[in-house]
Design a protein around this ligand. Structure first.
Ligand code: GDP
Length: 195
Protein backbone atom coordinates (compact mmCIF):
# COMPACT_ATOMS: atom_id res chain seq x y z
CA UNK A 1 0.00 0.00 0.00
CA UNK A 2 1.18 3.48 -0.74
CA UNK A 3 0.91 5.42 2.50
CA UNK A 4 0.22 9.09 1.81
CA UNK A 5 -1.13 9.93 5.18
CA UNK A 6 -0.56 8.46 8.61
CA UNK A 7 -1.66 10.14 11.78
CA UNK A 8 -2.02 9.34 15.41
CA UNK A 9 -5.69 9.64 16.33
CA UNK A 10 -6.24 8.79 19.99
CA UNK A 11 -5.11 6.81 23.00
CA UNK A 12 -8.45 5.30 23.86
CA UNK A 13 -9.21 4.17 27.39
CA UNK A 14 -12.63 2.77 26.54
CA UNK A 15 -15.13 2.04 23.75
CA UNK A 16 -16.69 5.51 23.86
CA UNK A 17 -13.42 6.85 22.48
CA UNK A 18 -13.06 4.42 19.60
CA UNK A 19 -13.42 6.01 16.13
CA UNK A 20 -16.87 5.84 14.62
CA UNK A 21 -16.07 6.00 10.92
CA UNK A 22 -16.13 2.17 10.59
CA UNK A 23 -12.79 1.85 8.79
CA UNK A 24 -11.27 -1.62 9.10
CA UNK A 25 -8.90 -2.12 12.03
CA UNK A 26 -5.74 -4.18 12.30
CA UNK A 27 -4.60 -4.69 15.89
CA UNK A 28 -1.10 -5.36 17.17
CA UNK A 29 -0.52 -7.58 20.17
CA UNK A 30 2.66 -8.58 21.89
CA UNK A 31 4.71 -8.06 24.99
CA UNK A 32 6.36 -4.72 25.61
CA UNK A 33 9.53 -4.19 23.65
CA UNK A 34 8.74 -6.85 21.04
CA UNK A 35 8.86 -4.20 18.31
CA UNK A 36 5.26 -3.08 17.77
CA UNK A 37 6.00 0.62 17.34
CA UNK A 38 8.95 -0.15 15.09
CA UNK A 39 6.76 -2.39 12.91
CA UNK A 40 4.12 0.33 12.52
CA UNK A 41 6.78 2.90 11.67
CA UNK A 42 8.36 0.50 9.18
CA UNK A 43 5.04 -0.25 7.47
CA UNK A 44 4.27 3.42 7.00
CA UNK A 45 7.89 4.43 6.28
CA UNK A 46 8.09 6.96 9.09
CA UNK A 47 10.81 7.27 11.66
CA UNK A 48 8.65 7.74 14.69
CA UNK A 49 4.97 8.24 14.30
CA UNK A 50 4.39 5.36 16.67
CA UNK A 51 6.52 6.12 19.67
CA UNK A 52 9.12 3.50 20.36
CA UNK A 53 8.57 3.01 24.00
CA UNK A 54 11.03 4.26 26.54
CA UNK A 55 8.83 3.06 29.38
CA UNK A 56 7.81 -0.47 28.49
CA UNK A 57 4.27 -1.47 29.28
CA UNK A 58 3.28 1.83 30.72
CA UNK A 59 0.64 2.65 28.15
CA UNK A 60 -2.57 0.84 28.97
CA UNK A 61 -4.55 2.38 26.18
CA UNK A 62 -5.52 1.41 22.65
CA UNK A 63 -3.48 3.64 20.40
CA UNK A 64 -5.18 4.37 17.10
CA UNK A 65 -3.24 5.31 13.97
CA UNK A 66 -5.15 6.18 10.82
CA UNK A 67 -3.53 5.14 7.55
CA UNK A 68 -4.74 7.10 4.51
CA UNK A 69 -8.54 6.84 4.53
CA UNK A 70 -8.11 3.06 4.43
CA UNK A 71 -7.57 1.56 7.87
CA UNK A 72 -6.52 1.92 11.47
CA UNK A 73 -3.62 0.27 13.20
CA UNK A 74 -4.60 -0.31 16.80
CA UNK A 75 -1.65 -0.78 19.08
CA UNK A 76 -2.84 -2.83 22.05
CA UNK A 77 -1.22 -2.41 25.46
CA UNK A 78 1.86 -4.61 25.75
CA UNK A 79 1.19 -7.54 28.04
CA UNK A 80 3.51 -9.29 30.43
CA UNK A 81 4.81 -6.24 32.18
CA UNK A 82 5.94 -7.47 35.57
CA UNK A 83 5.75 -4.19 37.44
CA UNK A 84 1.99 -3.73 37.41
CA UNK A 85 -0.15 -5.42 40.04
CA UNK A 86 -2.10 -8.59 39.37
CA UNK A 87 -5.41 -6.74 39.65
CA UNK A 88 -4.22 -4.21 37.09
CA UNK A 89 -3.12 -6.97 34.76
CA UNK A 90 -6.51 -8.61 35.06
CA UNK A 91 -8.37 -5.36 34.38
CA UNK A 92 -6.24 -4.70 31.37
CA UNK A 93 -6.71 -8.25 30.11
CA UNK A 94 -10.48 -7.72 30.24
CA UNK A 95 -10.18 -4.41 28.40
CA UNK A 96 -8.22 -6.01 25.56
CA UNK A 97 -10.44 -9.09 25.49
CA UNK A 98 -13.57 -7.05 25.22
CA UNK A 99 -12.09 -5.02 22.34
CA UNK A 100 -11.00 -8.19 20.53
CA UNK A 101 -14.34 -9.94 21.04
CA UNK A 102 -16.69 -7.08 20.33
CA UNK A 103 -15.10 -4.73 17.86
CA UNK A 104 -16.95 -5.30 14.61
CA UNK A 105 -14.46 -3.47 12.43
CA UNK A 106 -11.52 -5.56 13.63
CA UNK A 107 -10.20 -7.60 10.70
CA UNK A 108 -6.94 -9.10 11.86
CA UNK A 109 -4.60 -9.28 14.83
CA UNK A 110 -0.89 -9.17 14.21
CA UNK A 111 0.61 -11.07 17.11
CA UNK A 112 4.28 -10.22 17.45
CA UNK A 113 6.85 -12.51 19.01
CA UNK A 114 10.59 -11.99 19.22
CA UNK A 115 12.29 -14.52 16.93
CA UNK A 116 15.24 -14.76 19.32
CA UNK A 117 13.29 -16.19 22.26
CA UNK A 118 10.69 -18.92 22.73
CA UNK A 119 7.23 -17.34 23.04
CA UNK A 120 6.36 -16.59 26.66
CA UNK A 121 3.43 -17.95 28.65
CA UNK A 122 1.60 -14.70 27.87
CA UNK A 123 2.29 -15.12 24.15
CA UNK A 124 0.96 -18.67 24.32
CA UNK A 125 -2.15 -17.63 26.25
CA UNK A 126 -2.85 -14.81 23.81
CA UNK A 127 -2.50 -17.01 20.74
CA UNK A 128 -4.65 -19.75 22.25
CA UNK A 129 -7.29 -17.25 23.25
CA UNK A 130 -7.42 -15.68 19.77
CA UNK A 131 -7.71 -19.08 18.10
CA UNK A 132 -10.32 -20.25 20.57
CA UNK A 133 -12.42 -17.16 19.93
CA UNK A 134 -12.00 -17.31 16.15
CA UNK A 135 -10.24 -13.97 15.96
CA UNK A 136 -8.13 -13.92 12.76
CA UNK A 137 -4.48 -13.79 13.71
CA UNK A 138 -1.13 -13.74 11.98
CA UNK A 139 2.04 -14.45 13.96
CA UNK A 140 4.93 -12.15 13.13
CA UNK A 141 8.44 -13.00 14.25
CA UNK A 142 10.23 -9.70 14.85
CA UNK A 143 13.92 -8.78 14.97
CA UNK A 144 14.75 -11.45 12.38
CA UNK A 145 17.89 -9.48 11.52
CA UNK A 146 19.31 -10.46 14.91
CA UNK A 147 19.37 -14.16 14.00
CA UNK A 148 21.62 -15.45 11.23
CA UNK A 149 19.58 -16.93 8.39
CA UNK A 150 21.27 -20.30 8.91
CA UNK A 151 19.50 -20.51 12.29
CA UNK A 152 16.07 -19.24 11.27
CA UNK A 153 14.51 -22.66 10.76
CA UNK A 154 15.49 -23.73 14.28
CA UNK A 155 13.92 -20.60 15.77
CA UNK A 156 10.82 -20.83 13.57
CA UNK A 157 10.30 -24.38 14.78
CA UNK A 158 10.45 -23.26 18.41
CA UNK A 159 7.93 -20.47 17.76
CA UNK A 160 5.57 -22.82 15.92
CA UNK A 161 5.76 -25.57 18.52
CA UNK A 162 5.54 -23.30 21.57
CA UNK A 163 2.45 -21.56 20.22
CA UNK A 164 0.93 -24.76 18.89
CA UNK A 165 0.49 -23.38 15.37
CA UNK A 166 -1.32 -25.58 12.88
CA UNK A 167 0.62 -27.71 10.45
CA UNK A 168 1.70 -25.67 7.46
CA UNK A 169 1.16 -22.33 9.19
CA UNK A 170 4.35 -20.28 9.46
CA UNK A 171 5.20 -17.12 11.34
CA UNK A 172 6.01 -14.21 9.05
CA UNK A 173 9.66 -13.23 9.32
CA UNK A 174 10.02 -9.51 9.94
CA UNK A 175 12.73 -6.95 10.53
CA UNK A 176 11.87 -3.30 11.00
CA UNK A 177 15.57 -2.59 10.81
CA UNK A 178 15.88 -4.02 7.28
CA UNK A 179 12.30 -3.68 6.04
CA UNK A 180 12.29 -7.43 5.68
CA UNK A 181 8.79 -8.89 5.36
CA UNK A 182 7.25 -5.48 4.78
CA UNK A 183 5.84 -6.09 1.28
CA UNK A 184 4.59 -9.54 2.17
CA UNK A 185 2.87 -8.19 5.27
CA UNK A 186 1.22 -5.33 3.37
CA UNK A 187 -0.10 -7.93 0.93
CA UNK A 188 -1.70 -9.82 3.80
CA UNK A 189 -3.11 -6.66 5.38
CA UNK A 190 -4.58 -5.45 2.09
CA UNK A 191 -6.33 -8.76 1.71
CA UNK A 192 -7.63 -8.60 5.27
CA UNK A 193 -9.24 -5.20 4.75
CA UNK A 194 -10.45 -5.87 1.22
CA UNK A 195 -13.90 -7.26 1.91
P1 GDP B 1 7.34 -1.95 21.44
O1 GDP B 1 7.48 -1.71 22.92
O2 GDP B 1 6.74 -3.27 21.15
O3 GDP B 1 6.64 -0.83 20.71
O4 GDP B 1 8.83 -2.07 20.87
P2 GDP B 1 9.71 -1.00 20.07
O5 GDP B 1 9.25 -0.86 18.67
O6 GDP B 1 9.82 0.23 20.89
O7 GDP B 1 11.12 -1.76 20.01
C1 GDP B 1 11.84 -2.12 21.17
C2 GDP B 1 13.32 -2.13 20.86
O8 GDP B 1 13.62 -3.12 19.90
C3 GDP B 1 13.81 -0.80 20.27
O9 GDP B 1 15.10 -0.55 20.79
C4 GDP B 1 13.87 -1.08 18.79
O10 GDP B 1 14.84 -0.31 18.12
C5 GDP B 1 14.24 -2.56 18.76
N1 GDP B 1 13.71 -3.22 17.55
C6 GDP B 1 12.40 -3.27 17.16
N2 GDP B 1 12.27 -3.95 16.01
C7 GDP B 1 13.52 -4.34 15.64
C8 GDP B 1 14.04 -5.09 14.53
O11 GDP B 1 13.32 -5.55 13.62
N3 GDP B 1 15.40 -5.30 14.52
C9 GDP B 1 16.21 -4.83 15.50
N4 GDP B 1 17.52 -5.11 15.40
N5 GDP B 1 15.75 -4.13 16.55
C10 GDP B 1 14.43 -3.87 16.63
Amino acid sequence: MKVNQAEFIISAVGPSQYPEDALPEIALAGRSNVGKSSLINCLISRKNLARTSSQPGKTQTLNYYKINQDLYFVDLPGYGYAKVSKTKREQWGKFIESYLMNRETLRLVMQLVDLRHPPSKDDQAMYEWLRHNDVPVIVIATKADKIPKSRWSKHIKIVRETLGMDKGVQPLMFSSELGLGKDELWGILEQAIAY
